[in-house]
Design a protein around this ligand. Structure first.
Ligand code: FMN
Length: 302
């Protein structure tokens, strides 16, 4: 057994290094850089019930640290994913984790049902989007709505369900407990913070949508703190992300309590970051005489 083998409930990954939704396309966009089967898993770009063109440009801006994006979930819709993207993605030799977003609770159930297919390793549920039926409140900021989404997804799939938490809440442990009690198998965290950037010459927001999701290295301390809090609050495994750029960052997340990690914005800077982290973790495990990387999960102590 490989020392990096990673068991997340019933989801088995060859190693704990994955790539975050929205930063790696469906994998196709990165397959010329390296053999995708080296990865533990790929969280594909978020999909929605219907095709979406996304927001008007400008949709992405680099700030003094990290990036702000407001893509607006541009994608071809779930049927397009199933018929035109999944057939190729499932040949990559790594777990394909499908990220879904809905505009109401029922839409999550419909998508989970459609994705209960061979070749789908797990469903990752993005709850950082508004419930358009209930006044636009973000699912992931309300424990009851987060619980309801988890329940409906679980009822409609045989796949492991990963609930992706939004950091834009006062108490992340309450949200984690809500999805755990709804039946979540795994938690992934964190989604983006919310940011803004201004063009001082034009006196206008740089992002057309004014505000957007903030990601990259500056959010790492916030993400780490939240992983640490959630690890203490729940009994399901965590996939940690937020600003991971190298092996040390990944080790910090594992020590804070994550069982696996995901590289997001880092893929835009250097596509080899996930591969370098896999190598780095192998070296760390050997250097420290560990039988498995699992020995460092939650190993931080005061
Ligand atoms: C351009 C871009 C698009 C994203 N799209 C999605 C998405 O479709 N679904 C989702 O759950 N998260 C999405 N995310 C959030 C990332 O998956 C990740 O949670 C977040 O960026 C934090 O990790 P990082 O700092 O390593 O990027 C997106 C992030 C970026 C930068």
């Amino acid at each position: 057994m490989s020392k990096l083998e990673c068991q997340l409930g019933k989801l088995l990954l060859k190693n704990p290094v994955t790539v975050a939704s929205g930063t790696f396309g469906s994998g196709k966009e990165f397959k010329d850089f390296y053999d995708l089967s080296l990865l533990g898993g790929i969280m594909v770009k978020g999909t929605t019930p219907e095709k979406r063109v996304g927001n008007k440009p400008q949709r992405l801006v680099e700030t003094s640290g990290g990036v702000i994006n407001s893509i607006g979930l541009a994608n071809g819709g779930i049927d397009d994913f199933i018929f035109n993207i999944l057939p190729e993605a499932k040949t990559y030799g790594t777990e394909i984790i499908v990220n879904i977003s809905g505009g109401c609770i029922e839409e999550y159930g419909i998508m989970a049902h459609k994705l209960d297919l061979e070749g789908v390793g797990a469903v990752e549920v993005n709850i950082s989007c508004p419930n358009v039926k209930e006044g636009g409140i973000t699912f992931g900021t309300d424990p009851e709505m987060a619980y309801d989404v988890t329940k409906i997804v679980k009822a409609n799939t045989s796949k492991p369900v990963i609930m992706k938490l939004s950091p834009n809440v006062t108490n992340i442990a309450i949200m984690a407990k809500a999805v755990e009690s709804g039946g979540a198998d795994i938690i992934s965290m964190i989604n983006t913070l919310i940011g803004m950037s201004i063009d001082v010459e034009k006196r206008k927001p740089i992002i057309n949508n004014v505000i957007g999701g903030y990601s990259g290295p500056p959010i790492k301390p916030v993400a780490l703190r939240m992983v640490y809090e959630v690890y203490k609050a729940v009994n399901i495994p965590i996939i940690g992300m937020g600003g991971i750029m190298n092996t040390t960052d990944a080790l910090e997340f594992l020590m804070a309590g994550a069982s696996a990690i995901s590289v997001g914005t880092g893929n835009f800077v250097d596509p080899y970051i996930p591969i370098n982290i896999i190598k780095g973790l192998e070296e760390y495990v050997e250097k420290n005489g560990l039988l498995s990387y699992k020995e460092i999960i939650g190993a931080v102590h005061r």
